[in-house]
Write a protein that binds this ligand. Structure first.
Ligand code: SAM
Length: 340
């Protein structure tokens, strides 16, 4: 059977030790949900007929190994190391793109899947809204007061925002959720703890935010074995194959992205059919803001991409998302949309 598999899948079956079963019967990543089987069909539809009678465990190995894709060419990465979506397993694994002959490894407890991962000479300075959150100081302060300030603009607060997001995401339960621009993992940890998803990926561009996230996870024993992976990536270049992800959450993030249109297009690309994107941001103004207080789109000191309600809906529609809904409270907006 293995000989009939495409070469990109073959090493996967050969590299896992039988002593290291992919997932235990108690693992949340066991393919109890139809979505995992669906994802398998999306990634390897030509393989599925050949694989139809493979054991459930083998199918899970494929799903897991192919979850991350090369940010250069979007080909699924080959993984060598212990299986599982939890941080220790990811940390001890090596990932390689056979197409680009490029390797990706973990540093400081997160897997670096940026285009600049492992580069020695080239460094990149991103726009101010991205660089601000890379600072150690801001990353440290983020959950220690910075985020609470958002309440003054109408944000209900993380507990309530989480409950609202879960409601929108209900159709994706049991699947893989990517918490894009997770910061220090405020929501990623809640999603992982909820047990609603087979796996949660906390993804951010900021190394220091991801370090904070790792520290918070270490302090919470209930998260030690959770299927919660920490990944460094750029929202403009998400390291997942097209149509492979069930749910994307992006809390208080859209206004920080260098190009909201690139980012929403990327999110739309990685979502599977029926997948859901839910997020929040600050509005540039809302219906009750007097005209004289409405901020211009771009000012001299305007580094954030604050959009209006109509601009957000327009953007989502132009990126091919449907069933757009929103909830607005002063400058706070929670939006959701679905991949057709
Ligand atoms: C205001 S924080 C939001 C954190 C968290 N999601 C929340 O709800 O509080 C915005 C995050 O966007 C991230 N970010 C900025 N530019 C990014 C990019 N190009 N790719 C991925 N994340 C980015 C920042 O590092 C920061 O952690």
């Amino acid at each position: 059977m293995a000989a009939a598999l495409p070469t990109s899948l073959r090493p996967l079956h050969q590299s896992f030790s039988p002593k290291c079963p992919c997932l235990s019967h108690h693992s949340q990543l066991r393919p109890s949900s139809s979505s995992l089987r669906f994802r398998f069909a999306v990634r390897a539809s030509s393989v599925i007929a050949l694989e139809a009678d493979l054991s459930t465990q083998q199918q899970t190995q494929d799903v897991e190994t192919n979850l991350f894709a090369c940010p250069v060419c979007y080909e699924p990465l080959i993984r060598k190391g212990p299986p599982g979506l939890n941080s220790p397993a990811i940390y001890r694994s090596a990932f390689k793109c056979k197409n680009c002959d490029k390797s990706y490894t973990s540093r400081d407890n997160f897997l670096d899947l940026t285009l600049i991962s492992g580069l020695k000479e080239y460094t990149e300075v991103r726009p101010a809204m991205t660089e601000l959150f890379r600072s150690r100081f801001v990353s440290f302060l983020y959950e220690r007061g910075w985020r609470q300030n958002f309440n003054r603009s109408g944000f209900p607060g993380p507990d309530e925002e989480f409950v609202m997001a879960q409601e929108y995401l209900k159709p994706t339960q049991g699947g893989i959720l990517v918490d894009v621009s997770c910061g220090s993992g405020l929501f990623s940890r809640k999603f992982a703890k909820s047990g609603t998803y087979s796996g949660v990926i906390a993804l951010d561009y900021s190394e220091n935010m991801l370090r904070q996230c790792h520290d918070f996870i270490k302090q919470d024993r209930s998260l030690s074995a959770a299927n919660l992976a920490l990944v460094r990536a750029d929202v403009n270049r998400l390291p997942f194959a097209s149509g492979s992800i069930d749910a994307v959450h992006a809390g208080a993030a859209l206004h920080c992205w260098p190009s909201p249109s690139n980012a929403v297009a990327e999110i739309s690309r990685i979502l599977r059919s029926g997948g859901i994107f839910v997020g929040t941001t600050f509005l540039r103004y809302n219906a009750s803001t007097p005209i004289i207080f409405r901020r211009p789109r771009q000012g001299v000191l305007q580094n954030f991409n604050y959009l209006t309600e109509d601009e957000i809906e327009d953007l989502f529609t132009s990126c091919g998302l449907i069933n757009y809904t929103k909830y607005v409270q002063r400058s706070f907006i929670m939006f959701s949309a679905q991949k057709p």
